[in-house]
Design a protein around this ligand. Structure first.
Ligand code: C5P
Length: 322
């Protein structure tokens, strides 16, 4: 650990994955994003990012799905370092960092893994460079990088509005235990939103409905259940407007969801834009049982257990200059 006045040689931050307990999607806005109301819930599956001063910026990605994550300036973590340096007015030579990402959150999985890496990098560089930006300032920079970045900075359980970046804390009691089923292949978030639009347009044409012009609404039944802290009440209230689109792109996910329900999950849902399926369990032990049963049934690539609400991006370690 370093003292308050020394600069660190390396800072390590972890940031959580998220599931969406509700994802209500409205119509596409003129900027191409969809107006939404979502209930974000951070879970205890974390990526770790270590930043250290360097002569030029570089990035290394290891762990879960590392081969599919870009190790160059297109990585959201690299973008985050650049954005923070620009906001803090740092010269290029003072802002060069090596970014080392240890992934446990799969990529293109609907779990906000890229956003978690960006959030962790913002917190880590803010510490390394002693730039002293507030959480609100980091969230503002994060929102420009991705809709889920402000939430992965904050963690907990929160209602997201706008394109997801406008957060209000949700009143939640208790802990929730999850089994997560990872798919063999990822899904592209823009493709899932586009498919959602197409499915809705086709349905509107079939039924001569006027289309999805209604603004998305927060589920009061879900919020009441979350306040009660009773997972049995929360399970049936989980909802995701992107689920039909994710299922149409990966029809095998129906089997995964059905298997989790059969193994006694209180709720079974595609997380965000998918393809990860999230199963709400009665207890930590039950989450373990569901995970083992899903593996046995061969309905996913891999499983993980996690609990929520988990904390947002936070410093794990600061290594002193030697
Ligand atoms: O903000 P983020 O980079 O995560 O968004 C990825 C893509 O997901 C966007 O380019 C857009 O196609 C889609 N999206 C959307 N509406 C949102 C959030 C994301 O259409 N509210």
């Amino acid at each position: 650990m370093t003292s308050e006045y020394e600069s660190a040689a390396a800072v390590t931050v972890r940031a959580p994955a998220k599931v969406n307990l509700q994802l209500a999607v409205g119509p596409a806005r003129p900027d191409g994003f969809h107006a939404l109301v979502t209930v974000y819930h951070a879970v205890s599956l974390f990526d770790e990012v270590t930043v250290s001063p360097s002569t030029r910026t570089s990035i290394k990605v290891r762990g879960e799905d590392a081969a599919t994550v870009p190790a160059d300036h297109t990585n959201l973590a690299w973008q985050a370092a650049l954005a923070l340096a620009a906001a803090a007015g740092l010269a290029d030579r003072d802002a060069a960092v090596h970014i080392d990402i240890r992934k446990r959150i799969p990529a293109a999985a609907g779990l906000a893994g890229g956003s978690a890496d960006a959030a962790a990098t913002l917190v880590a560089c803010n510490e390394l460079w002693r730039t002293g930006l507030t959480g609100a300032e980091l969230a503002e920079i994060g929102a420009r990088l991705g809709s889920d970045v402000p939430f992965t900075l904050a963690g907990g359980t929160a209602v997201g509005r706008g394109r997801g970046e406008e957060l209000t804390t949700a009143l939640v009691s208790g802990a929730y235990h999850w089994a997560l089923a990872f798919s063999h292949t990822g899904l592209s978030t823009p493709e899932v939103y586009a498919t959602c639009d197409r499915l809705r347009a086709a349905r509107a044409a079939d039924t001569s409905e006027s289309g999805p012009s209604i603004e998305p609404q927060l589920s009061t039944a879900l919020m009441t259940a979350l306040r009660s802290g009773d997972a049995t009440a929360v399970g049936p209230q989980l909802s995701n407007d992107l689920q039909p689109a994710a299922l149409s792109l990966q029809p095998d996910l129906r089997r995964t969801l059905a298997a989790g329900r059969e193994f006694g999950a209180l709720g079974a849902i595609v997380s965000g834009s998918g393809p990860t399926c999230a199963f709400l369990a009665k207890s930590a032990a039950h989450a373990g049982e569901i995970a083992v049963s899903l593996t046995g049934a061969g309905v996913c690539r891999a499983v993980a257990r996690a609990s929520g609400p988990a904390p947002g991006a936070a410093v794990l370690r600061q290594d002193a200059m030697s």
